[in-house]
Design a protein around this ligand. Structure first.
Ligand code: GLU
Length: 385
């Protein structure tokens, strides 16, 4: 079976451009390359495809503009470089895409935009409208303000934390139901052995599952951006488990996008999983990255959630940390403050503190109203590893 034929059916496409792709060997912005990509984007748009671009390069461009001779060491210098570089990057994109009569829009996002329901819905509405008006969103992390959190966890074998655009592009793909994620960097794809020591190393054309064996093929491949093969494989896994295609290919080739979309055998193609809506939803909850509030539960509730896949009822809640509204994603912690699950809450933090420890039948009495017995329904709980 030629899996690449599936590329033809993709309607919504996320293209991720790594820092190494934007600059040439002399550290100059590769106007020609981006122009060639813009031509392919324009062709794809004529075929009715919807394109989202996730572009890195703000820090790299800032370093160049500020005349620094190496990567910034401190977080604040990195943030300042990002602020300087981001505006430059966008103006270059604007000029190049203008030549193809394509309007672009800058979208800068942080982790919270995925876990706070209001912000997420705002983001979704804006992106929907941009796409409807034929505008190409150019997305990046808001590096100038997004302080990095160090806490990470695993879900379905994927280490979750923002901070690299591979993960960001996979989240964009998963959250906005895109069909394909094309990750372009300076590697040809996933190699079957380390190309720096084995000249016979070959790029694997098709990967069916990002399992342990595949993950072991992460050889040192860190370029000027933050990601490497490890984060690309994690992104490919998120894409596959969201029911979409992922492709890792070499963006140093100016014609790479054209090659990918004319179904040439370039890069590594990751086969999408057949995935149920409910599993997709749980993936989404887990990947909602950083959550700023938590519900603490007793051991009985923890066991019920883990072993019976039960809903979270008010009776099992022993504490509330932080502020949240109905519809937000919150962490669920045991009494040792280990976060073992996440879920979408049906009540705000204030409502939860009024009903915690009580039987569900008391919700009406405590609040003067009651919508559901569960504080978090089992369909909306993702268990973390
Ligand atoms: N957001 C960063 C930038 O624009 C890049 C992150 C990455 O390379 O993955 O420089």
């Amino acid at each position: 079976m030629n899996y690449r034929e599936k590329i033809n059916n993709a309607k919504r496409i996320v293209i991720k451009l790594g820092t190494s792709v934007l600059f040439d060997g002399n550290g100059e912005f590769s106007t020609e390359r981006i122009s060639s990509f813009a031509r392919t984007v324009s062709e794809l748009k004529k075929q009715g495809k919807e394109i989202f671009i996730v572009s890195s390069g703000s820090v790299g461009m800032g370093v160049k503009k500020l005349g620094l001779d190496k990567k910034p060491g401190s977080a604040v210098l990195k943030q300042a470089c990002a602020a300087v570089g981001q505006s430059q990057i966008i103006s270059v994109y604007q000029n190049i895409f203008n030549e193809f009569r394509i309007s672009v829009a800058q979208i800068l996002i942080t982790e919270e935009d995925f876990s706070n329901r209001d912000r997420f819905l705002n983001l979704r509405d804006t992106l929907d409208l941009l796409i409807k008006h034929n505008i190409v969103p150019i997305i990046n992390e808001n590096d100038a303000i997004s302080a990095k959190k160090s806490k990470t966890y695993q879900y379905s074998g994927v280490r979750v934390c923002f901070g690299d655009n591979d993960k960001l592009s996979a989240l964009v793909m998963s959250a906005f139901d895109a069909d394909i994620l094309v990750m372009l960097s300076d590697v040809d794809g996933l190699y079957d052995s380390d190309p720096s020591v084995n000249e016979k190393a070959r790029v694997i054309s098709v990967v069916h599952d990002v399992d342990r064996e595949i993950k072991a093929l992460c050889f040192n491949s860190c370029g000027p951006g933050r990601g490497g093969m490890r984060t690309k494989l994690e992104a490919a896994r998120i894409a596959a488990y969201s029911g979409g295609i992922a492709i890792i290919a070499n963006g140093k080739d100016d014609a790479i996008l054209e090659k990918v979309f004319s179904l040439q055998e370039v890069g590594t193609f990751f086969v999408p999983k057949e995935i149920s809506q409910s599993k997709k939803r749980k993936m989404w909850i887990a990947y909602a990255t950083t959550v700023s509030a938590q519900i603490v539960v007793n051991s009985g509730a923890k066991n019920a959630l883990l072993s019976r896949k039960a809903s979270l009822l008010p009776v099992g809640i022993t504490g509330i940390r932080g502020y949240f509204k109905k519809g937000d994603v919150v962490g669920i912690m045991d009494e040792d403050y280990n976060e073992f699950a996440r879920g979408i809450v049906n009540y705000s933090d204030i409502e939860c503190s009024k009903v915690m420890g009580k039987h569900s039948s008391k919700i009406d009495g405590c609040l003067g109203y009651g919508s559901t017995d569960e504080v978090i329904h089992s369909d909306n709980i993702a268990i973390l590893l």
